[in-house]
Design a protein around this ligand. Structure first.
Ligand code: PLP
Length: 428
């Protein structure tokens, strides 16, 4: 029974575009009514009708230790008594920057912002300001937020809604964004050759998570790194999703790759609106007020938001065993789903790295946007709803990775695997 969600969704549509404040929540590609959540604790979401769901969205990543993680809740409460914002420097901002630097190897200076979009948008402006070049290269199916420059062949909601060209983004801006297929180094070389000394930056998700989970092919990121060195192009790793998830040092540490600039969001705010971008001093010193590349924010470094992120990052730093546990749990889920799907003869591919995992209903390997988009969305839709009915909340799009939280128990994972078995049986 989702009576209240249906009522609320009808009401929401009277005053909010599409009833949602971000398109991926709308269930447009899977159909049906978005579930209105009232509260969450640990691994579970509870909706307005009182149903419980095992959560595989985890606010699209931030809740890596589960919902309403007590130290974060306590820290927020305590901080709020001292006022929610000052618009002046605070010591907490230094502590946050120092904590990030202690976890991420190649960050000398870091600037806090309010979202992943802002982080990526600012990193691109900085790369352009630093190099004096205009064009950027991004990859088909990668999502870097909703800034104009990134809405070309973007993943996540743009792919889910099958929007080919976003009205409102000028041709001038779009023309400065060049795209290549993920994992295709030859396509990148060709773009660089055709646009010699015009490319300011290459921006990439080091593990793609906005077209389902797609890990980089061996050597791909390394080749990009080499090309960027040769061509004096700024190499930006968008770690909004992978940062503090794939390891305490993110994808950079896990995959042993160094970016010139990195961007963060999601986990860095523990569910509060926080983002950050940082890198080598030589580049970062061009940001205002040190340099002339202007970037600002009335609420950037907000104390309540920062204390949430700071508390979560500190917990992750102090207890690296969390990452081993996450790895074991995700691998357990992966194996369980594999066994179930294999038995019922569905075409599928499961991609996984660390605690990012997704099922693509395709018999072919999924390595880029074209192969991700070739998967059977009708099967995904049915699977999504069959799982939801059984109390398992998956991201409502095949173009999204699942996010595993460490609050999940083996019992939760077993329930998920048997829900998948029942779901597949029902669908056959
Ligand atoms: C979510 C995401 C963003 C955008 O972050 P917002 O906080 O939604 O603006 C950017 N890059 C990647 C890789 C993301 O997953």
């Amino acid at each position: 029974m989702i009576t209240k969600s249906i009522e609320l969704f009808n009401r929401a549509q009277q005053s909010i575009p599409g009833g949602v404040n971000s398109p991926v929540r709308a269930f447009k590609s899977v159909g049906g009514t978005p579930i209105f959540i009232k509260r969450a604790k640990g691994a579970y979401l509870f909706d307005e009708d009182g149903n419980r769901y095992i959560d595989y969205i985890n606010s699209w990543g931030p809740m890596i230790l589960g919902h309403a993680y007590q130290p974060v809740v306590d820290a927020i409460r305590e901080k709020a008594y001292d006022s929610t914002s000052f618009g002046t420097p605070t010591e907490l901002e230094i502590e946050m920057a120092e904590l990030i630097k202690s976890m991420v190897a190649n960050v000398d200076l870091v600037r806090m912002v309010n979202s992943g979009t802002e982080a990526c948008m600012s990193a691109i402006r900085l790369a352009r300001g630093y190099t004096g070049r205009n064009k950027i290269i991004k990859f088909e199916g990668c999502y870097h937020g909703h800034a104009d420059s990134f809405l070309v062949k973007a993943g996540s909601g743009v792919a889910t809604l099958e929007i080919q060209q976003v009205p409102g983004v000028t041709t001038g801006v779009s023309n400065d964004t060049l795209t290549a297929p993920y994992n295709n180094i030859e396509a990148v070389k060709k773009l660089i050759h055709e646009n010699k000394t015009q490319i300011a930056a290459i921006i990439i998700e080091p593990v793609a998570g906005n077209m389902g989970c797609i890990p980089p092919a061996p050597g791909f990121l390394e080749s990009l790194r080499t090309i960027c060195n040769e061509e004096k192009i700024i190499f930006i790793l968008d770690e909004v999703m992978t940062g503090f998830r794939l390891s305490p040092g993110g994808a950079q540490a896990r995959l042993n790759i160094e970016a010139d600039l990195v961007t963060y969001g999601k986990i860095i705010g523990a569910g509060m609106p926080v983002g950050a971008f940082g890198g080598k001093k030589e580049i970062m010193q061009h940001i205002a007020p040190l340099g002339n590349v202007y970037q600002a924010g009335t609420l950037s470094g907000n104390p309540v938001a920062l204390i949430a992120g700071f508390t979560l990052l500190q917990a992750l730093k102090e207890n690296p065993a969390i990452y081993t546990e996450l790895e074991e749990k995700t691998s357990y889920l992966h194996n369980g789903l594999n066994a179930v799907l294999k038995e019922y003869g569905t075409d599928y591919t499961i991609n996984r790295i660390g605690s990012m995992v997704s099922i693509h209903f395709s018999r072919h390997a999924v390595t880029d946007f074209t192969s991700a988009a070739a998967a059977n969305n009708e099967i995904f839709k049915k699977f999504f709803h069959a799982m939801l009915q059984r109390g398992v909340y998956l991201p409502p799009s095949a173009f999204e990775t699942w996010f595993i939280s460490n609050a999940l128990t083996i019992d939760d994972l077993n329930q998920t695997i048997s829900a998948a078995e029942d779901a597949i049986k029902e669908m056959m």
